[in-house]
Design a protein around this ligand. Structure first.
Ligand code: 13P
Ligand code: 13P
Ligand code: MG
Ligand code: MG
Length: 368
């Protein structure tokens, strides 16, 4: 027990309704019923169950720190119970993201996405929880760079003395399982060399340089790598603390006014624009997309989640959504051709190996 508060967001796709487009309300009810006793018993301070597309999101606060076995077990059991409901309704891909049969102390590496941070709650603690569907963890790289290192997005980097020294980025190489830190603004160009390659180098966390305080943390699980084969994308989550030493709420939302291109969409095998929407509108249906991002805002109050506010439920993002539709339409016209389709190495649900095997003996050596 500490006087610090921990915010844990643990999520999984445990069954889609209809297809991969959305979530049946019974799953959310089941999750609430499973978490409620933990709040009554004091294990959780508070929780909020949400969704983006077909992904179930458990947002929880407690005082047990990150990677806590009890909290992870609670989340795992909750996701298992929701899988039970999904199976009863024969929802699509019931239990899709739960890879293991037996819980072994931590949900990491078992399929669910996890973002957690522990900190001392400030006088006022505005928090944003970003959740995306039909994309992967690399989708946060560009918005995080803009939020914490780009003065054209975050004017606070220029005019707020509390932010003027910049931020430290923790970058993970998800293939080699290594990490490296870059201090910005000093090492901005070095940072971009890596995080511009979003499929491999992902920003795991951001820290305030002056105080080492945690500012942002993302889920960087890549399900395809975990399972050794494609079993669903790692539709990611991201937690960002705002105001004071951190970007203002509006600065943290601003990067999403550009619907940047991400991996995902149909069968996890395409590029498409990331469209910021309300929870209500997070039902990716056209060609199972385009990819969506939802943002819930909370004020923490002694660990309680005051909220949420549905942050992209704002007409000021209408133009972004229109641009996303235009960019999506342009890409769709490429059909099965790159760059709409992902490059070979990135193909996930691909039928390529099987077809390759079938035609392998028809490939003839060229004479020269
Ligand atoms: P208020 O004056 O409404 O608190 O806004 C301050 C601010 O910095 C907005 O970005
Ligand atoms: P999800 O990862 O959201 O389940 O989507 C999978 C898919 O194949 C969509 O076409
Ligand atoms: Mg799904
Ligand atoms: Mg999903």
């Amino acid at each position: 027990m500490t006087d610090k508060v921990t915010l844990s967001v643990i999520k999984a796709d445990v069954g889609g309704y209809v297809g991969h487009s959305s979530m049946h309300e019974d799953l959310m009810k089941e999750a609430e019923e499973r978490l409620e006793p933990a709040k009554r018993d004091g294990m959780l301070i508070d929780f909020h169950v949400s969704r983006v597309g077909d992904d179930l999101e458990l947002i929880m606060t407690h005082r047990k720190g990150v990677d806590n076995t009890e909290i992870h077990q609670l989340a795992w059991k909750t996701l298992e119970c929701c899988t039970g409901v999904a199976k009863k309704l024969k929802l699509y891909g019931a239990g899709q993201d739960l890879l293991g049969d037996a819980f072994s102390g931590n949900v990491k590496g078992m399929g669910p996405g996890v973002a957690e941070m522990e900190f001392v709650e400030r006088e006022s603690e505005p928090i944003l929880v970003f959740m995306a569907d039909k994309t992967s963890s690399g989708a946060w790289n560009m918005p995080l760079v803009k939020m914490f290192a780009d003065p054209f997005t975050t004017i606070g980097l220029v005019i707020s003395p509390a932010m003027h020294d910049g931020f430290r980025f923790e970058v993970q190489d998800v293939l080699e399982h290594k990490r490296i830190y870059f201090d910005c603004p000093d090492e901005f160009y070095d940072l971009l060399v890596f995080v511009g390659a979003c499929a491999r180098y992902m920003i795991r966390a951001v820290y305030h340089r002056g105080t080492d305080e945690i500012a942002a943390v993302s889920s960087t699980q890549r399900l395809s790598v975990i399972a050794g084969r494609y079993v669903g994308k790692d539709d990611p989550v991201l937690i960002v603390r705002c105001q004071g030493n951190f970007p203002a709420v509006g600065e943290a939302l601003e990067p999403f006014a550009f619907p940047h291109m991400v991996e995902g969409w149909m069968r996890g095998s395409h590029h498409g624009p990331l469209m910021p929407v309300s929870v209500e509108q997070s039902n990716p249906s056209r060609f199972d997309g385009p990819p969506r991002v939802v943002c819930l805002g909370f004020q923490l109050c002694n660990g309680s989640l005051v909220g949420p506010r549905d942050m992209f439920d704002d007409p000021s993002f209408d133009e972004t959504r229109r641009q996303a539709n235009l960019a999506g339409e342009y890409l769709r016209r490429h059909g099965p051709f790159e760059p709409h389709r992902l490059p070979l190495g990135e193909m996930e649900y691909t039928t390529m190996p099987g077809i390759m095997e079938r035609v392998a003996d028809r490939f003839e050596e060229l004479a020269d």
